[in-house]
Ligand binder design. Structure first.
Ligand code: C2E
Ligand code: CA
Ligand code: CA
Length: 711
C-alpha cells in the first residue's frame, strides 16, 4: 500500500502532454525515434545518452514515460530499470538489439512494462507503443488504488467497535467484522454461510426484523431501530441497529448490510440520568417531578372514572431533632425505614413519593365515588399510616418513636391543578401540625382563604418594616414585695395604618414563618439598646436593672445570633449587664448543646437569660439545671387562676421553690390583681409583671414610670 503513494498518475487532461525520457546512446536510433515522435505533439521527448545523466534528470524532469536502451555506455540498462523502477514513478519501455531477448525478459521481470527489439519499423512505432504502455500504466494504477481502497475499507470495518455484517439476499452472512465476532461470541473460524443475523436476535426482535425492518429497508433503502442480540459470551446486548439494502444498477437487491451499536452503556447512563431526575436516591421513591407526572395522570383518571382520590402530605414531626442529635447518616436510615413502612402499608395502585427532607406524599387512588365515603376512607388509611409511622423504630441499637402530621387533600373530576392540590394538602398538614403532633387534617376551602390572608399579611409586614411602622412598648418588671421597678420587657407593636396599634398575637407567627423575622428581630434589639443607652445617659436606668428583650426561635437559631448581639452591644455601647434575653424552650429544644454554647458566649460578656412561658412546654423542672438561665418566667396561664385553681397554685409553689434551690430567680407574668400579687408574695416570688402595675406602654410613657417610681 505504501508503494502506491509513490505511483504517479498521468493526469487525464484532454490536452495532456507526456514527458518522455529517452535514454539512447546510439545517435542514429535517437534521431529515428525523435522523428517518429514529431508527429505526436502530445509527447515532449528529452534525450540522455548515459545512465548517469538520465538518473540525474529523473528527479527534476519527472518523466511520464522512460524509453531506454538496455546497453548504455556506463552500465547495463537493466540496472537502470532496477534503479529507476523500484520507485515506480513511471512506466518504462526497454529497447534491445536483435538477439538480446534474454535481457529483454530480464527487463520485463525487473518491471519494465514493454520491450522493443530495435528495428526501423519498431522504432517508428514507438509512439503507438508508448500510447499503449501509458494506458496500461493507467489501468495498473487504477487497480492498485482500488486494492488499496478496499484494504483500507476492510481495515476500517475490522477496527470499528460496532458490529458490521453483510448478508446475501436470503439473509445468510457473507461477512462479519471482528467486533461482530466478539459481540456475538462466535469463533473467528466459524463458517458464516449457514448463519443468519436474526439467529442472534431475541424472538420478538427476530420477528421485528423479518416483518418490519427488512420490508422497510427494501422499500426505503434503510431501516433503523433498537434490537437486542443474544450473545454466547456477552448475554443480552441492546443495540441501535441499522439495516441497509444494497441494489445493483438494474434495481435488483444485491445484498444487505447491517451496523449494530452496543448501546448498553449509553442506555444505563441515560437511565441513571432519568432515575436521578425522577427518583429519590435515598429511598428509591418517586421524587417531586415524578410525583407531579403521576399526579397529572391520576387527575385524568378521576375525570374518567368519577371516583375520588386523596393526596396525603406527610411531614415527620421533629425530624430535625433526629438529624441534629443522632447525625445525618442515622437520619437517612430513619427516612428509609419510614419510606419502607409507607410502601408496605399502601396498595400497589397507590402512589408514593418523597418530596425531599422529611416530607412524603401518598396518593390514595380509587376511593369511593361518594365524596363523604371517600373522605372517610382517606381518613381511615391516614390514621393507619400515622399509627404505623409511630411504631418503634430501631436503628443502630437505638429504639425511638417518630410521629407525623398529615394533610389530606381530596380530589375528583373537576380538579385540574396538581400544584394546587399539593399546596392544599400542605396547608392542611400545617393545620394538623398546629393542633399537635401525630395528627391529620382534611383540607377545606377556609384553609386556603386563610393561606391567602396569611400571604397578604406577610406582604403588609414587609411593607411595615420598610415604612418603619414597628414600634416598641415597654412593660415594667416589679419587685413583688415593694413594687419597685426591677427592669422592663420590650414588647413589639405594629402601628398598622389601617387598624392602629396591633399586638404581636396578630402577626408574630407570620413574621416568624418568614426570614423577615431576622430583620425585624435585629431592629428590635438595636432599637431597645438605643433606648437603654439613652436612659442610662439620662440617669433613669440603674446598673442593677435589666431590660428584657424577647428573641424568636428563628433569631436564636441563626448561626450568627451571638455575634450579632455582641456587635450591637459594642456598637451602641451599653453595659451587657443591663441586658436580659427572653427565650422559650422551643428555641432551645432542637439542639440543646448548641443552644447552651450560644447562650454561654453571651453570658460570659454579662448578658443574662430568662426562660419565658415556663410551664407550658416540655420542660420538667429538673431540665432547668442544665440550662444557663438566670430567671424563670412563670407563664401567665398559671397566674390567671392562681387564686382559685389548686393545681395551678401547687405548680407555681413548686416552680418557685425548686428554682430558688437551683439559684434561679423567678418572675410571675400576667399579674392583674391584688389577690394574685398577695399569693405570689406569700410564696416569696421575687418579681412580678402585669397589668396590675402597668400595661406595656410606649417609651415616653415608660420614662415617666421610671421617673415616678424612682425611690
Ligand atoms: P410574652 O413574651 O409572654 O409577653 C408577655 C405578653 O403578656 C405580652 O403580650 C404582654 O402584653 C402580655 N401581658 C403582660 N402583662 C399582662 C397581664 O397582666 N395580663 C394579660 N392578659 N397580658 C399581659 P404581647 O405584647 O401581646 O406579646 C405577646 C407575645 O409576643 C409575647 O409573649 C412574646 O412571645 C411575643 N413578643 C412580643 N414582643 C416581641 C418581640 O419584641 N420579639 C419577639 N420575638 N417576640 C415578641
Ligand atoms: Ca417575654
Ligand atoms: Ca411569657
Amino acid at each position: 500500500m505504501s508503494e502506491s503513494k509513490n505511483l504517479k498518475l498521468p493526469t487525464s487532461n484532454k490536452k495532456q502532454t507526456f514527458r518522455v525520457l529517452l535514454v539512447e546512446d546510439d545517435l542514429a536510433h535517437e534521431a529515428l525515434i525523435l522523428r517518429s515522435f514529431e508527429t505526436h505533439p502530445q509527447y515532449q521527448v528529452i534525450t540522455k545518452r548515459t545512465l548517469a545523466d538520465a538518473c540525474q534528470l529523473i528527479s527534476q524532469y519527472q518523466p511520464d514515460l522512460i524509453i531506454t536502451d538496455v546497453r548504455l555506455p556506463d552500465g547495463d540498462g537493466i540496472h537502470f530499470v532496477d534503479q529507476c523502477l523500484h520507485k515506480k514513478t513511471c512506466p518504462i519501455i526497454v529497447m534491445t538489439s536483435f538477439g538480446d531477448e534474454a535481457i529483454a525478459v530480464k527487463a520485463i521481470k525487473a518491471g519494465a512494462l514493454d520491450y522493443v527489439v530495435k528495428s526501423d519499423h519498431t522504432l517508428r512505432e514507438l509512439p503507438v507503443i508508448a500510447n499503449r504502455v501509458l494506458r496500461e500504466w493507467r489501468l495498473i494504477l487504477d487497480k492498485q488504488i482500488a486494492v488499496d481502497q478496499q484494504s483500507r475499507l476492510i481495515a476500517i470495518l475490522e477496527s470499528t467497535p460496532d458490529l458490521i455484517c453483510i448478508a446475501d439476499i436470503d439473509g445468510f452472512l457473507t461477512y462479519l467484522n471482528k467486533a461482530g465476532y466478539e459481540l456475538l461470541g462466535i469463533p473467528e473460524d466459524k463458517d458464516l454461510s449457514r448463519i443468519r443475523l436474526t439467529d442472534f436476535h431475541e424472538r420478538d426482535d427476530a420477528i421485528l426484523i423479518m416483518s418490519e425492518a427488512i420490508p422497510c429497508a427494501i422499500k426505503h433503502g434503510m431501516w433503523k431501530g433498537e434490537t437486542t442480540f443474544i450473545s454466547a459470551s456477552n448475554g443480552n446486548i441492546l443495540t441501535s441497529q441499522v439495516l441497509i439494502t444494497h441494489k445493483s444498477a438494474d434495481g435488483d437487491i444485491d445484498f444487505f448490510s447491517t451496523v449494530a451499536k452496543d448501546i448498553r452503556d449509553l442506555r444505563s447512563a441515560e437511565e441513571t440520568i432519568k432515575y436521578l431526575a425522577y427518583y429519590d436516591t435515598l429511598t428509591g421513591l418517586a421524587n417531586r417531578n415524578e410525583l407531579l407526572k403521576q399526579l397529572d395522570h391520576e387527575i385524568d383518571r378521576v375525570h374518567r372514572n368519577k371516583m375520588h382520590s386523596a393526596l396525603l402530605y406527610i411531614d415527620l414531626d421533629n425530624f430535625k431533632c433526629v438529624n441534629d442529635s443522632l447525625g445525618h447518616p442515622t437520619g437517612d436510615l430513619v427516612l428509609k425505614e419510614i419510606a419502607q413502612r409507607l410502601k408496605t402499608e399502601i396498595r400497589g395502585e397507590d402512589i408514593l413519593a418523597r418530596l425531599g427532607g422529611d416530607e412524603f406524599v401518598v396518593i390514595l387512588t380509587g376511593l369511593s365515588s361518594d365524596s363523604l365515603e371517600a373522605i372517610n376512607q382517606a381518613r381511615q388509611v391516614t390514621k393507619k399510616l400515622n399509627e404505623f409511622i409511630a411504631k418503634d423504630i430501631q436503628v443502630e441499637s437505638m429504639t425511638f418513636n417518630l410521629t407525623a402530621s398529615i394533610g389530606i387533600s381530596m380530589f375528583s373530576a373537576g380538579t385540574d391543578n396538581s400544584h394546587e392540590l399539593l399546596r392544599f394538602a400542605d396547608t392542611a398538614m400545617y393545620e394538623a401540625k398546629k393542633s399537635g403532633k401525630n395528627q391529620f387534617e382534611v383540607f377545606h376551602k377556609d384553609m386556603s382563604i386563610k393561606v391567602q390572608r396569611q400571604l397578604e399579611l406577610e406582604h403588609k409586614l414587609r411593607k411595615a418594616y420598610c415604612n418603619k411602622e414597628f414600634i416598641l412598648y415597654f412593660q415594667p418588671k416589679n419587685e413583688a414585695a415593694t413594687g419597685r421597678i426591677h427592669g422592663a420587657e420590650v414588647l413589639l407593636r405594629w402601628n398598622d395604618p389601617e387598624k392602629g396599634i396591633r399586638a404581636p398575637g396578630h402577626f408574630l407567627d407570620i413574621l416568624e414563618s418568614s426570614s423577615l423575622m431576622l430583620d425585624v428581630g435585629h431592629w428590635i434589639f438595636e432599637e431597645s439598646l438605643k433606648h437603654l443607652a439613652q436612659w442610662i445617659a439620662e440617669g433613669l436606668w440603674k446598673p442593677e436593672q435589666r431590660l428584657s428583650i424577647n428573641i424568636s426561635t428563628r433569631q436564636f437559631q441563626d448561626e450568627n445570633f451571638s455575634q450579632l448581639i455582641l456587635d450591637l452591644i459594642e456598637k451602641i455601647n451599653v453595659p451587657a449587664q443591663c441586658i436580659d434575653i427572653e427565650i422559650t424552650e422551643y428555641s432551645l429544644i432542637n439542639d440543646v448543646k448548641k443552644s447552651v454554647s450560644k447562650m454561654k458566649e453571651l453570658i460570659s460578656k454579662g448578658v443574662s437569660f430568662s426562660l419565658d412561658d415556663f410551664g407550658t412546654g416540655y420542660s420538667s423542672l429538673s431540665y432547668l439545671k442544665n440550662l444557663p438561665v438566670a430567671t424563670v418566667k412563670i407563664d401567665r396561664s398559671f397566674i390567671q387562676d392562681i387564686t382559685e385553681d389548686k393545681s395551678d397554685k401547687a405548680l407555681v409553689t413548686s416552680i418557685i421553690t425548686i428554682s430558688k434551690n437551683l439559684g434561679l430567680s423567678v418572675i410571675a407574668e400576667g399579674v392583674e390583681t391584688k389577690e394574685q400579687l398577695e399569693i405570689l408574695n406569700q410564696y416569696q416570688c421575687e418579681y412580678v409583671q402585669g397589668y396590675y402595675f402597668s400595661k406595656p406602654v410606649p417609651a415616653i410613657e415608660f420614662e415617666h414610670l421610671l421617673i415616678s417610681k424612682e425611690p
